[in-house]
Design a protein around this ligand. Structure first.
Ligand SMILES: [Zn+2]
Length: 320
């Protein structure tokens, strides 16, 4: 089917666990499989879903030639210990995902990557950050996450969590955050925050009390000109502008790529963000910062897990 080397990739999220064999040269996906995470059930049930995905990959004709697995996971992750404690999977706390997958995969090496860093690897390899040596890639959806490319290399940090921009503060005396901090970007710019802000301002979803009151519904109302819905997106855009400016000023970014469900709102979010960015990113070296929508859609997690695994092993090979 393909002449190139294949890397097995697994992407663990709160809703589904996906897997595929990924072309090491072009990022094409083969034998994509998916199982519901069943995150509300026990850790063992989630582990069984993971096992089904890895076993499906192990049953493909190309498996014998696979020498490496990349696992991307919702965080927090600990890439030193090989464990994950995904916020949305309560049954997994310090779950030894690397050991489990290695056993399921006949002892093959496994590289663990957080989902924000994986998305960044994917956009840097094949998407909107391609060709840039200094990039921040973000996911804005139920939460806000991200990852960094610095000096041309993926920068996961010591335990794999660098770039988690959702939990930097953009509001000194802001609301407490589940992370323990306050005024976090996630609390102002996530889909949950956008819907919450609109509701608090008096916006009501179409269809009355039974109507959907999420960020997509607020986006639909904003497109129809509802001022309260527009204000909710403007506030999220402003918060993103402040957070992005802080990151860009600190490490001299060239491009910021934004994906995730809330980014699907397009100009409703990107418009106010770009408009406000100059207020916060004022120094000469960040004034030219580019802000772009992500280019890879739903399978960025799989492509990124494979890419990060390839990069990690290449680094090891250089002895760096
Ligand atoms: Zn926080």
């Amino acid at each position: 089917m393909t002449g190139q080397a294949l890397v097995a990739a697994v992407d663990i999220g709160g809703t589904k666990i996906a897997g595929a064999l990924v072309g090491a040269e072009d990022g094409e996906l083969y034998h994509r499989v998916e199982r519901p995470t069943r995150a509300k059930e026990s850790g063992k049930v989630v582990r069984d879903a993971l096992a089904e995905v890895v076993e499906a990959l192990a049953g493909t004709p190309e498996w014998a030639g696979v020498e490496l697995l990349g696992v991307g996971s919702a965080g927090p992750v600990d890439t030193v210990r090989g464990t994950v404690s995904p916020v949305n999977i309560p049954g997994w706390r310090d779950f030894p995902v690397v050991r489990e997958v290695r056993e399921l995969a006949g002892g093959r090496p496994v590289v663990l990557t957080g989902d924000g860093v994986a998305m960044t690897a994917a956009e840097h390899w094949l998407g909107a950050a391609r060709g840039f040596d200094n990039a921040l890639c973000m996911v804005v959806s139920t939460g806000v996450g991200g990852g960094l490319v610095l000096g041309g290399a993926l920068h996961p940090g010591p335990t794999g969590n660098a770039g988690h921009i959702g939990h930097i503060s953009v509001d000194l005396d802001g609301a407490p955050c589940a992370c323990g901090g306050r005024g976090c970007l996630e609390g102002l710019a996530s889909g949950t925050a956008i819907a919450g802000h609109a509701l608090a301002a008096g916006w009501r979803p179409a269809g009355g009390a039974g109507g959907r009151a999420d960020a997509a519904a607020v986006a639909a109302a904003a497109r129809a000109g509802d001022p309260l819905a527009l204000a909710a997106f403007a506030r999220a855009g402003q918060a993103l502008a402040a957070g992005i400016a802080a990151a860009a000023t600190l490490v001299e970014l060239e491009v910021v790529v934004i994906g995730g469900g809330v980014a699907q709102a397009g100009e409703l979010l990107f418009g106010p963000l770009r408009e406000r960015l100059g207020e916060y990113a004022a120094l000469s070296y960040v004034r030219g910062l580019r802000v772009r929508p992500a280019e890879l859609a739903t399978d960025a997690g799989l492509v990124g897990a494979a890419s990060a695994a390839l990069r990690a092993t290449a680094r090891a090979g250089e002895g760096a």
